[in-house]
Write a protein that binds this ligand. Sequence first.
Ligand code: AMP
Length: 533
Amino acid sequence: MHPTRRLLLHHLVFRAASIAPEETVVSLTPEGSCEHSWREVGQRARRLAGGLAGLGLGEGDAVATLAFNDHRHLDAYLAVPCLGARLHPVNTRWSDDEIVPVLAHTRDRILMVDGGLADRVGPILRRCPWIEHVVSMGPWAGGDVSTIDHDDLVGDSVPVEGWPELEETAGMALCSTSGTTGGPKTVEYTHRSTCLQTMALGLTDCMRLSGGDTVLAIVPMFHAMGWCLPYATAMLGSRLVLPHRDLDPMRILDVISEHRVTTAAAVPTIWNGVLAALDSEPGRWDVSCLDRIVSGGAAPTPAMIRGFRDRHDIEVIHSWGMTEINPVGTMSPAVTTREEAAMSPEARIDHQTVAGRPLPGLSLEIEDDEGRPVPHDGSETGRLLVSGWWVAPGYLHDHPDAARFRPDGRLDTGDVASIDDRGRMAIRDREKDLIKSGGEWISSLDLERAIGDLPAVASVAVIARPDERWGERPVAMVVLREGASLSIEELRSELSGSFQSWQLPDDLREIERMPLTSTGKIDKKTLRAGLGS
Ligand code: AMP
């Protein structure tokens, strides 16, 4: 019988080199910007793979990277998995104390490090004696650590001729998250799961990616494989712009207007900053090229979605996902069905504010505390379960959260959601962020959405404060816009139409800056610690 071609990354990610060989990848590194055609990118990957194989890298081995979004990291994204090894992009914002336990789990043989992080390598190496080689990516000032230069490996190595025909369930990447109780968690992405995820990203009903796009990949390549954008552009032959580490909103706008970016993906914190910059200096940037942006990883406010649409003619595609699912789960473009095309502009904002429909190949369910299915009526909430083609089977190591991966293939996400009769999922909270007051649940997320919509508010987080009488009460921690003021009485009166009185915060604390986690989400742990809760 004729053999069935397996779902292996090398069948997908060198497509750009053949269909759009002259299209380019623009890499904006601190040493200067450079451009490589997709044909060159393919050749670089083959030579890097040859060099890494020469260092003894083999199937199943792990290669950690501590790197930003640039052409060298892209080389590794292609070369390591296609060679049959597993790429392990590690979050550069973590402390050594977070990184070392992660590497201890995955026993990476090679560590590839951006030259700007050279000073971090010595202390990590001393605690990770299993690392055999350090590859330096870009100009290096790393003291006494001996390294192999990435550009030499790419320049001097004999290119790999053919790629191994692995099992499609072979691991291609390792993704770790930290900051939870119980230590780091690592999942493995397989060739099969990543190929399917990458194909889905190109769907019209998803990100509408095409070879005609110029894609700015803001989401760090160390965060859940950069949401697979490097692979999607390598499949489609889009122009790819890699911004490296400086993600200041003004710089992002400079890059968008200079490179005529048509779409970009990032967390809402970044997009809020970009929107504020655009609004504060109208006319400074020409963003007429920017058609749509993807906002994922945390909830965007309706005000942000409306602001981009009404003032700048940019569509916000809201997305929900998590590291454990390779990572994109839902997308909410403005219009995908005939019914949505007929929506009023206001109804469409509500439609885009929900996280959206599962991508093809995924299923979403909600259940109550007794494990009973919750109806899909758009209002009742329950624990969100996800199953499907790119949901990881479990963590690689023991972890208290391992039981979230159920034997039937469903993953208990730890999110609380509703689903409507059109399959649209709205995240209502994370279990740990729910506030229980007088035996009743209050959604911090619903409050954050409403408070975030008030004109005086730049950003907001609602957290629980222990309360003798009620158990817990919500506290609104707000950063106000310049020159604005907001009292708790004003806040309560503004929101009184949409919430019950007991659901509203009775405490408002103004803070200067919102603490953020290493992935750019609001750091509620730090906020809670500041409250003593
Ligand atoms: P991570 O694995 O770091 O990407 O975190 C995944 C978690 O981030 C999810 O389980 C959600 O709690 C949260 N998250 C991701 N996307 C969204 C979204 N669009 N709205 C609200 N929360 C989100």
